[in-house]
Design a protein around this ligand. Structure first.
Ligand code: SF4
Length: 338
């Protein structure tokens, strides 16, 4: 059995706004095992990026973890000081952002930005860091690495910059790699190459990967397990196979039906009607009911629990009422005051 690397228990993340304190992530729990990729999926505003920023401690100034726990190899991260968290980032946990041009520093060379985490977290000389930087660029498939080290981000293509971001993220062999929409800004061919690269490096370095995306095509390429989020809540979780072959929540089915299926000529694309509710919108019962074509009377008034089948596949939807209520989720909920 794979070892648990990251454990998030009943995470509640909120933002202080002019309209008061608003919850963006509501009682979300999940795990990432060593050597496993968990994809968090949802539309924009589902809370998936806020979840990942909560894990790595990079919430915007008005954001904060209201309750819950984030444990890396059993150690609580939210108890760490600013300085301790900074040391952890780039070392044991690394993050790849959506747009490499904004994440890379435009006035520093690629070489400087690659050497920085090595000099900061590893006891190496500048010469050793340069040798390692060349190795890293080779590992992520960048040709002429010696030349690239002397270049600035604007001199590289979008795909190259994203590879550099991955090389920086991997510099200190992190146990956990968080990738937030890592291929959204790239064309399809480069996207496939980057996803292959993340897959290969995960296997080679035995990392856990937490990948955030709205794209079910990306999920199909890399996920071992999938967690679907809607309006700040986890609404479905299972193995990638289960989610694709047997989706249980109408929202997940909607996400799958909105991706073209070129292998099936009879497949009809179907958009999910309506839009994600805002943080300050109050919806009774199931939060998805205004958009759900299967909504029943009780969906409008009663919040569904997480139901779980014998494969451990969970869905927060009344359509699965014939299954057991997931007591793991209910027990965890009982221990916190949300
Ligand atoms: Fe639709 Fe009801 Fe299930 Fe919510 S609980 S997703 S409204 S069927």
């Amino acid at each position: 059995m794979q070892e648990t690397l990251l454990e998030v228990k009943n995470l509640v993340t909120s933002f202080r706004t002019a309209d008061g304190t608003l919850q963006a992530v509501k009682d979300v729990s999940f795990e990432v095992k060593k050597g496993e990729t968990l994809c968090i999926v949802g539309e924009s505003g589902s809370g998936k990026s806020v979840t990942s920023l909560s894990v790595i401690g990079l919430l915007p100034q008005n954001g904060f973890i209201e309750s819950g726990e984030v444990l890396l190899e059993g150690n609580p991260l939210q108890d760490l000081s600013h300085e301790q968290l900074r040391k952890l980032r780039g070392n044991r946990i690394s993050m790849i952002f959506q747009e490499p041009m904004t994440a890379l520093n435009p006035v520093l060379t690629i070489g400087y930005q690659l050497r920085e985490p090595l000099l900061l977290h590893r006891n190496v000389s500048k010469r050793e860091a340069t040798v390692k930087a060349v190795e890293l660029l080779k590992q992520v498939g960048i040709p002429n690495p010696d030349k690239r080290l002397k270049q600035y981000p604007h001199e590289l293509s979008g795909g190259m910059r994203q590879r550099v971001m991955i090389a920086i993220a991997l510099a200190c062999h992190p146990s956990l790699l968080i990738a937030d929409e890592p291929t959204t800004a790239l064309d399809v061919t480069i996207q496939a190459q980057i996803l292959d690269l993340i897959n290969d490096l995960k296997a080679e370095l035995e990392m856990g990967v937490l990948l955030i995306t709205h794209d079910m095509g990306v999920v199909a390429e890399v996920a071992d397990r999938v967690m679907v989020m809607y309006a700040g809540e986890k609404i479905e979780e299972g193995t990638a196979e289960e989610i694709f072959d047997n989706p249980k929540h109408p929202y997940t089915k909607g996400l799958l039906n909105s991706v073209p299926n070129v292998d099936d000529p009879s497949f009809e694309l179907e958009a999910i009607p309506g839009s994600m509710p805002g943080l300050n919108e109050k919806i009774s019962g199931c939060k998805f009911h205004p958009r759900c074509k299967f909504a029943m009377d009780k969906c409008l008034t009663d919040v569904p629990p997480h139901f779980v089948d014998t494969n451990g596949h969970t869905a927060k939807c009344w359509l699965n009422e014939d299954e057991e209520v997931d007591t793991d989720e209910s027990d965890r909920k009982a221990t916190i005051n949300v």
